[in-house]
Ligand binder design. Structure first.
Ligand code: EPU
Length: 453
């Protein structure tokens, strides 16, 4: 298993582009099952989760073509018969559950391995199943598989409520939305997830011929259609990757420019960072010909208000040595994302005072706490809340976390720590960050991947 070795203390400086979003790409790829023409996705990140989804779709009768030169991934159903999403693939990636809705809608049945335990806590799929049952699916469990069938081969539109104890469900909304696109009649999803990845999925489905309104709000209306067709679509930028690099810049007192930055989707992060004393500001976009465009002209073209309500802009992060403590509560979008909780905790370890972080989506998502403590952080956890007592410095140490974002938090801590940090089990990071070490090296970090011999 590969590891990272980081010698901390370098200020990050430079410019990098944010990649396409992993969490948008996964359900969008699964939507390829909904039509018999090629679906061409642009800006799909090169990540192990994406490769696993490609493997899963290939096992479900899709031809997958990756064109690195063109930056596209094409999904084309060539055999519409298979309906089994096998345990061997789904256990490597919980997002395999995304094929359930599309299979049911397009093939009338599905047999999808039930996702198992997860390092970030309980992750049931009861809301997915409840939503699909409300659309008329008959669902049972057999030998660890969810076995679902649409009576007479087609689902029926209806009112679906997707609220659970911790809010809505992102992938559950994606499943019901994809299934309802081909159902008979109108479906209204109440308490739908408002995450931008759902908006991206609805935009793709509408381009394929679906009739969806309200995505991005808690009420989505879908008028079922008989058939969907192939299209080309560019995946939205990854708001979590973007936020992670913002926090890396903040952590190292750096000065970084990020292009393809989804500012509108990171308002909660900006709000907390303003209080911490870290500022994210619109800046000139990269100019392909080498000439600089007028900053004010571009800023005006892209944004209104404080300039951070645009979908894709270039931003400059300017940090300062003094960081104020803050209170962070993770919430469904547009609240502070749980997927940035570990990273902001790493930052707040160096704040001048005590911060409080409360996790409201996955109350046990704290694998990074004990590891940060090994680096000198002072953290006191009580249930879903962690008191972060700021310390003067973090000290490098060998650390490990079996969760993607927890590992990202540890990398950030390593970048700012005195001395050497070894991050073990980097494959967790490879699930969600495309060659993170290369991006950080480009920004001047002293980080090396040590490949398993
Ligand atoms: N929940 C239920 N029942 C369900 C589904 C979810 O009670 O049927 C609960 C969960 O236990 C959790 C809350 O609802 O408390 C939200 O879970 P959600 O279903 O929204 O999570 P998800 O769709 O499985 C996606 C992302 C996660 C991200 C969460 C929350 C993908 C592939 N995954 O998961 O991303 O943390 O939404 O925003 O999109 C990551 O990228 O590291 C990651 C874990």
């Amino acid at each position: 298993m590969d590891s990272f070795i980081i010698h901390g203390g370098q200020r990050l400086r430079g410019r990098v582009r944010v990649n396409g979003s992993k969490n948008a790409a996964l359900p969008l790829m699964a939507a390829g099952l909904l039509c018999d023409q090629p679906l061409v996705l642009r800006d799909v990140p090169n990540l192990s989760d994406i490769r696993n989804m490609s493997r899963l779709l290939a096992s479900l009768g899709c031809q997958i073509k990756q064109d690195d030169a063109a930056g596209t991934l094409t999904i084309h159903v060539t055999d519409p018969e298979p309906v089994l999403a096998h345990y061997d693939i789904v256990r490597t990636m919980r997002a395999g559950i995304c094929v359930l809705g599309p299979l049911l809608a397009a093939r009338g049945k599905a047999r999808v391995s039930m996702p198992g335990g997860c390092a970030i806590g309980d992750r049931p799929v009861d809301l997915h199943l409840r939503g699909l049952r409300q659309l008329g699916a008959r669902i049972t469990l057999d030998e660890g598989n969810i076995v679902a069938e649409a009576p007479d081969g087609r689902l029926r539109g209806t009112h679906v409520f997707l609220g659970g104890p911790n809010g809505s469900t992102v992938l559950g909304t994606a499943n019901v939305l994809s299934a309802a696109a081909l159902a008979q009649g109108v479906t209204v999803i109440e308490c739908a997830a408002c995450e931008p990845e759902i908006e991206d999925l609805a935009a793709l489905l509408n381009a394929m011929g679906a009739k969806i309104q309200g995505a991005g709000s808690p009420r989505i209306t879908i008028e079922g259609v008989d058939k969907l067709h192939g299209v080309e679509h560019t995946i939205m930028p990854d708001r979590i990757e973007a936020g992670t690099y913002v926090l890396a810049a903040a952590m190292t007192n750096g000065e970084v420019v990020l292009d393809n930055y989804p500012a509108r989707h990171l308002m909660a992060l900006h709000d907390r960072l303003n209080e911490v004393g870290v500022h994210v500001e619109p800046t000139d976009p990269p100019d392909k010909k080498g000439a600089r465009k007028s900053k004010t002209k571009q800023a005006k073209a892209n944004c209104t208000g404080n300039g951070l309500d645009a979908q894709r802009i270039s931003v400059r992060i300017a940090a300062q040595r003094h960081l104020n403590p803050v209170h962070v509560v993770t919430q469904p979008h547009p609240g502070f994302p749980t997927d940035l909780q570990a990273q902001i905790m790493a930052l707040l370890c160096l704040a001048d005072g005590n911060s409080i972080i409360t996790e409201k989506i996955f109350p046990d998502r704290f694998l990074h706490v004990a590891e940060l403590a090994r680096m000198g952080a002072e953290l006191k956890r009580s249930g879903p809340t962690v008191l972060v007592c700021g310390v003067r410095e973090l000290i490098g140490a060998p650390v490990m976390a079996s969760d993607l974002r927890a590992s990202a938090g540890l990398v950030l801590a390593g970048l700012a720590a005195r001395g050497k940090t070894t991050i073990n089990r980097v494959y967790h990071l490879d699930r969600g960050y495309e060659r993170m070490e290369l991006t950080l090296q480009q920004l001047g970090a002293d980080i090396q991947r040590v490949e398993e011999s």
